[in-house]
Design a protein around this ligand. Structure first.
Ligand code: HEC
Ligand code: HEC
Length: 153
């Protein structure tokens, strides 16, 4: 009888442990936007307010945001966001992220921001460069808040 209780407790501990590691796996899920995908949401919001370590969002994003057309309200599916080591899209390309069908882009890939990376956004007939360097990929923590939304032609 005693033995049964012990194995019951041990058994449930193992199950609990398995459930726990399953949850951690979800947190570390790889999620990267692609031109064809459309499973994102909350356009224009700061994705990382939820998609962060311990946050409610699925996946911890390193870079995420939304791209708009020149009217700054219509989203821009299939634009491309790139991060370079030097200004004006020069030297090393650290990341190239496809904007999805909702105008959102996001990635969980590890990106070494170091002293700062430079953003470039490509539309089908225009390219824009951010002049200052970035040490965070939470683009909509500024764009659409303290500065204009990201837009391209
Ligand atoms: C208010 C919190 C919150 C914000 C802000 C938020 N998300 Fe989420 N996100 C969630 C939650 C919770 C889930 C998991 C449940 C679900 O799918 O709705 C999720 C799931 C996702 C998924 C996975 C869907 C799937 O089916 O695999 C993607 C992709 C995603 N979010 C992208 C984004 C992007 C891009 C932004 C910013 C433009 C963003 N999220 C902003 C909370 C948020
Ligand atoms: C800390 C606030 C902040 C964050 C975070 C930020 N930006 Fe910016 N961004 C700015 C400001 C301010 C400007 C205008 C001055 C400049 O270019 O440095 C700007 C300009 C830009 C421009 C050029 C706009 C134009 O009209 O020419 C692009 C493109 C851009 N950012 C893309 C991005 C992307 C992509 C991200 C995320 C990877 C990002 N930004 C994150 C503040 C931010």
């Amino acid at each position: 009888m005693k033995k049964n209780i012990v194995s019951l407790i041990l058994g449930s501990m193992i199950i609990l442990f398995a459930l726990q590691s399953c949850e951690d796996e979800n947190e570390n899920e790889t999620k990267i936007s692609s031109y064809n995908s459309s499973e994102s949401h909350n356009t224009g919001q700061d994705c990382m307010s939820c998609h962060k370590e311990g946050g409610s969002g699925e996946g911890v994003f390193t870079v995420a945001g939304t791209v708009y057309q020149s009217n700054q309200t219509t989203t821009y599916p299939e634009a491309t966001v790139k991060l370079y080591s030097e200004a004006n899209g020069t030297e090393t390309l650290f990341a190239s992220i496809e904007v999805d069908q909702r105008g959102n882009f996001y990635t969980t890939q590890q990106i070494a921001f170091g002293d700062g990376l430079y953003a470039r956004v490509d539309g089908s007939s225009g390219t824009k460069y951010m002049v200052s360097s970035l040490t965070t990929g939470a683009c909509s923590s500024c764009h659409g808040n303290s500065t204009d939304p990201i837009w391209v032609e």
